[in-house]
Design a binder for this molecule. Structure first.
Ligand code: 3PY
Ligand code: MG
Length: 265
């Protein structure tokens, strides 16, 4: 599927909103289920998910059997992890806890080849999946998202967004609310997080970059889209499975299903 690398970048460039799935469950079948369900992109979450680095390639292979574009959230800003995810065939990366312009520059540096950055050349599986010209196309099409999820990142938002080579930002509402209010919740609609989440979308769109966000389901995904978010994740595989199980049991037992907690990943 040699055109695969540019598929998502082209959709963003055309102004489309992309619906992303989020993978926490190991084993590959869940990735296939999510991909065939119709998500535009699937992010393998190596930070909080249960898929270890050893399971990454098998999960990317499972995604490749579906129409979804594969992305990876790396565990932290650690250049070897970023380069390995891209070499393994991720079409883009999402990097947690980018709080300063220096960290944003280090992120881009790890993901772009010279002269734009310092990514080392060796696209082992990426070349198999995307074609022999991967090396010359990678910098144009690889998506690089910096996660904005602390008060410090908010204070540095403009400078982070002005980092050359960044595709966009991705809001982690759980960490952001924890940092701003001392309590983690994925529901960003109240108090200080609400203003912050709206401002991040505005500033990102103003620069022609892509604002992305994690949400636990359709209601908050819709609220994010109404704020201008163009890369929205309505739930992880784990949370969707838990929600469906609660709903079916609630129906059969004649009870209201237990609502998912607002921290539900
Ligand atoms: C957060 O909410 O902090 C996240 O990182 C979501 O993935
Ligand atoms: Mg987070």
């Amino acid at each position: 599927m040699p055109e695969g690398l540019s598929r998502l970048a082209e959709r963003f460039a055309a102004g489309e909103t992309v619906l992303g799935g989020w993978l926490h469950l190991p084993g590959g079948v869940s990735a296939e289920v999510m991909g065939h369900a119709g998500y535009d992109a699937l992010t393998v979450d190596l930070q909080h998910g249960l898929i270890g680095e050893g399971g990454l390639v098998a999960t990317l292979e499972a995604i490749a059997a579906t129409p979804a574009v594969p992305l990876v959230r790396v565990p932290w800003l650690h250049p070897p992890d970023l380069m390995r995810a891209l070499d393994a065939g991720a079409a883009g990366v999402i990097c947690p806890m980018i709080d300063t312009p220096g960290q944003a520059r280090a992120l881009v540096q790890a993901c772009r080849y010279p002269p734009r950055g310092g990514r080392s050349f060796g696209p082992t599986r990426a070349r198999l999946v995307y074609g022999d010209d991967y090396g010359v196309r990678a910098d144009l099409d690889t998506l690089v998202f910096a996660m904005i999820e602390t008060g410090e990142a908010l204070g540095n938002l403009e400078a982070i967004l002005d980092t050359p080579g960044l595709s966009g930002v991705f809001v982690g509402p759980g960490d952001l609310s924890l940092s701003l209010t001392g309590r983690a919740t994925l529901d960003f609609r109240g108090g200080e997080p609400a203003g912050a989440v709206a401002r991040i979308a505005q500033e990102t769109l103003r620069r022609g970059l892509i604002p992305g966000i994690f949400t636990p389901g359709a209601e908050l995904a819709r609220a994010a889209m109404d704020l201008g978010y163009r890369f929205v994740t309505p739930g992880s595989d784990l949370a969707l499975l838990a929600g469906a199980a609660r709903a079916v049991l609630g129906e059969l037992r004649g009870q209201q299903p237990t609502p998912a907690p607002p921290t539900s990943y």
